[in-house]
Design a protein around this ligand. Structure first.
Ligand SMILES: [Fe+2]
Ligand SMILES: [Fe+2]
Length: 420
């Protein structure tokens, strides 16, 4: 089955996976489609979307980069697009390293793979729900277009995960696909699985911070799944990552513009107190940053995890840039220092590298986040301003992992519950 063909938009579900060759799968997905469209109607953008043009995938291409065409929002069609298959691909890590990549789900890993796909799938529609009302307060048509673009692509990422569920996990997969539309962000009886995806995105600075910090978590999670020995999951995530880059660009440049405006008003009026002058004060921007960064750190899970160690050993989920790591890609003899609470104090603890993989991924993410902060600080420095933004301490506002039980200031000072 060739997957190098351009997306076929004459089909009910546009795809590059030759869906018409598998009638059962096609019927199953076509029966999920109206439920998805219902969900989009009730939980998707609340603002009418006419006159907004969006990019849509037309080819995932041999050059390894997506080609996009443009359609009006109302004609946007969600489809199933996987990156090209490499017939010689081999497992890159863990106990199956060097064996051919899997085209089917091995029975022994079925439950774990299902869980990983469901957790990833659950985040995609959640952000659409969180951003539902932002259209009403869009600062410009440019921003509105970016918002809808991000929203339709998160909807498509849901399709990507639902395709895997339907194609490879039988009835259980179809049930999980239905559940992905039943849970809703912030719902009291059926919330989304992960905390950050139940938080509100009430305004545009939240949206920019979310797309900078929380979509970036998505980038790192997809990066680990792209390494998966289960080839259809790997190819799905590879294509999702191309779309994800745009979401983060929306966040980066959105915060750029907020900081630029703040700096400009501060300089023109020679004051830090810019709220009454129509700009967002730097301490407020810092608070937004603190919040979105800390809830995104929680998305990486506990500092140590035997589940994640097992996923790695089994070949289900690799590391960020697995093939560029200068080690044996099995990690059975290695160790890592992880963040820990030692006798009530913030410190570090040595553990087996496999157990500390969440920490490894979180650190890659943190380094990446520094890039944005440096960029925003350069705007302040170029304006001649002495103030700087910064990432809060890793223990600040954490609800998951070693620091969940303590309260810490953004500077890393421990507080009593009463002081907090
Ligand atoms: Fe996504
Ligand atoms: Fe995204």
């Amino acid at each position: 089955m060739s997957v190098t063909s351009p997306a076929d938009y004459t089909e009910k579900i546009p795809n590059n996976v030759s869906l018409h060759e598998d009638r059962r799968l096609q019927r199953a997905l076509e029966s999920w489609q109206p439920d998805f469209l219902d969900w989009w109607q009730t939980m998707g953008p609340s603002l009418p979307t006419q006159d907004v043009y969006l990019r849509t995938a037309v080819n995932v291409g041999r050059e390894g980069w997506a080609q996009f065409g443009h359609v009006p929002m109302l004609d946007y069609r969600w489809g199933i697009f996987l990156a090209e298959q490499d017939p010689d691909r081999r497992v890159g890590f863990g106990q199956h390293k060097g064996e051919p990549a899997w085209q089917k789900v091995p029975g022994e890993y079925r439950a774990d793979l299902l869980r990983l796909i469901v957790i990833q799938g659950d985040t995609e529609p959640a952000s659409v729900e969180q951003q539902r009302n932002l259209g009403a307060t869009a600062p410009s048509l440019y921003d509105l277009r970016n918002l809808f673009q991000v929203n339709v692509e998160e909807g498509r990422h849901l399709w990507a995960m639902v395709y895997l569920l339907h194609a490879y996990f039988g009835r259980e997969g179809r049930e999980e696909a239905a559940e992905l539309l039943r849970r809703n962000s912030g719902s009291s009886d059926a919330p989304r699985i992960l905390g950050a995806f139940n938080e509100e995105t009430p305004d545009w600075l939240s949206f920019y911070m979310f797309t900078y910090f929380t979509d970036r978590d998505g980038k790192y999670q997809l990066g680990t799944l792209k390494e998966s020995a289960f080839d259809p999951l790997s190819r799905t995530c590879e294509f999702m990552l191309k779309e994800e880059a745009h979401h983060m660009m929306v966040g980066t440049t959105g915060v750029d513009r907020v900081v630029e405006r703040t700096a400009q008003v501060m300089i023109e009026n020679d004051t830090d107190d810019v709220a009454a002058l129509g700009a967002i004060p730097l301490p407020v921007i810092q608070k937004y940053l603190n919040f979105h960064y800390s809830v995104s750190l929680d998305l990486f899970g506990g500092e140590t995890s035997t589940n994640v160690a097992n996923y790695y050993t089994a070949g289900l989920k690799g590391r960020w840039s697995e093939d560029r790591r200068p080690d044996d890609h099995r990690l059975t003899d290695d160790s890592i220092m992880v963040d820990a609470l030692i006798d009530g104090e913030i410190g570090e603890l040595e553990v087996a590298a496999l157990t500390g993989l969440n920490t490894d991924l979180r650190r890659q993410y943190i380094n990446d986040c520094r890039g944005g902060v440096n960029r925003w600080n350069k705007i302040l420095a170029d304006g001649g301003l002495p103030q700087r933004l910064k990432l809060p301490h890793i223990a600040f506002n954490r609800r998951v992992g070693a620091f969940a039980g303590i309260e810490v200031t953004p500077d890393g000072q421990q507080l009593t519950a009463a002081e907090w």
